[in-house]
Design a protein. Structure first.
Length: 285
């Protein structure tokens, strides 16, 4: 029995190491394909290819390391293990809800939460596990709305601020199409959100990935909706994102504030110290 448990443990560890390699390699391969196609139409390549290759290799291996790390701590997200983070926080300030992306859970926020908790300017910090994992974004937004109501009832605050990564930004925007919901949100920070869709969605599973394709009905439908006037939107993106591809789709011009953080992959943005600084400024200034 003991040897069987050991064998199962090794299988889990190997899978935790293997799937990030497949994911990051395939996604950067797809990104490189899109970049190469664009370069072919732009004319001859500029000199300095070796330096670009070294930079690309560094970005790849950092993203791979971050993906492996987040994969290993993924089980922590099955439990609300971040509740203690609010033990010494100021309840009189607007609470902050962190919304993760596609197929992930609240454990993704652990590195960023450790930095945000040092900011006394921020109120209570909350996380959520979006469900159904592979369901339509409309159904996921309903769950987010219920979490929003719970937070406001618990803190007594009139509004909550939202920080959303990847698909979480689309879920948030869809929720705020409802004016009653939008009135209860002050600021939204989206990180690496495919506001214009992403071609990597063809490799995903579930109804929500189909909705994130640039050619889907969902993306132009959502972008055709006016942004709520009372909500301030800030967008953080990277031109080296390996999930939001091609790079031209990474920016979101409708946001009141946009910031490019070069040299980071899709998940590396979550653990970057610069991201924590940017989020804190966006929520307090």
């Amino acid at each position: 029995m003991l040897s069987l448990l050991r064998a199962l443990l090794w299988v889990v560890v190997i899978m935790d190491l293997l799937w990030p390699v497949v994911l990051v390699t395939a996604s950067y391969g797809m990104r490189q394909y899109e970049v190469a196609n664009q370069a072919a139409t732009d004319g001859p390549r500029a000199p300095g290819r070796f330096k670009k290759w070294l930079k690309g290799a560094r970005i790849y291996f950092v993203e791979l390391g971050v993906t492996i790390f987040l994969s290993l701590i993924y089980p922590l997200g099955w439990f609300d293990c971040f509740r203690r983070i609010n033990r010494d926080r100021d309840k009189s300030k607007p609470p902050v809800l962190l919304v993760h992306g596609y197929s992930m859970n609240r454990s993704n926020w652990w590195p960023l939460l450790r930095r945000l908790r040092r900011s006394p300017e921020l109120g209570y910090l909350y996380t959520i596990n979006l469900r159904p994992m592979f369901g339509r974004i409309e159904r996921i937004a309903e769950r987010l709305g219920r979490k929003l109501d719970t937070i406001l009832a618990e803190t007594g605050q009139p509004q909550v601020n939202i920080v959303a990564h990847s698909m979480g930004g689309l879920v948030t925007r869809l929720l705020l199409v409802d004016p009653a919901r939008a009135a209860r949100v002050g600021r939204v920070v989206t990180i690496a959100t495919p506001h214009n869709g992403t071609r990597s969605a063809v490799a995903g599973a579930g109804a929500n990935t189909r909705q994130m394709k640039p050619v889907s009905l969902f993306i132009p439908g959502l972008n055709g909706q006016p942004l709520p006037a009372g909500v301030r939107f800030t967008h953080l993106f990277s031109p080296h994102d390996n999930i939001v591809i091609p790079p031209a789709l990474a920016d979101w011009e409708r946001a009141q504030t946009r910031h490019e953080l070069s040299g980071r992959g899709h998940l590396t943005l979550l653990v970057s110290p610069e991201t924590a600084q940017f989020v804190t400024r966006a929520l307090t200034e």
